[in-house]
Design a protein around this ligand. Structure first.
Ligand code: HEC
Length: 98
């Protein structure tokens, strides 16, 4: 009986962890954006062109891999956000794609 219970707990834990990792969450991305990106790209993602590019239609210029790469590595005046997790970066990219 005890074994079955333990197995159930382990299985639940696995399912939860997988779900948390596999799904990008644009709402969480919006929060991360407000914390890390607003200063340069603006609250409405309009940026301050030409210095800070608008991100309103960035998904038309860059694919999701390129957006993630930019967040990780930065470039020009944009600092790299290497402290963010893959999940954070996925959430941000899904927010920007909207
Ligand atoms: C210190 C100011 C600054 C901050 C903070 C910043 N960026 Fe940027 N970002 C820039 C600049 C400047 C560029 C243009 C870089 C270039 O020309 O290579 C840029 C470019 C980009 C691009 C590519 C846009 C394009 O059209 O090519 C993306 C995507 C992007 N930033 C996303 C983000 C995200 C997401 C965050 C928050 C995690 C963020 N940035 C935070 C300054 C910033």
């Amino acid at each position: 009986m005890k074994t079955i219970l333990t197995m159930a707990v382990v299985l639940c834990g696995t399912t939860f962890a997988t779900a948390a990792w596999s799904k990008d969450d644009p709402a969480a991305g919006a929060q991360l954006y407000a914390t890390h990106c607003v200063a340069c790209h603006g609250a409405n993602r309009a940026g301050v062109p030409p210095t800070f590019p608008a991100l309103t239609d960035v998904a038309k210029r860059l694919d999701s891999a390129q957006i993630k790469d930019k967040i990780k590595k930065g470039g020009g005046l944009m600092p790299p956000f290497s402290q963010l997790s893959e999940q954070d970066i996925g959430n941000l990219a899904s927010y920007l794609a909207k």
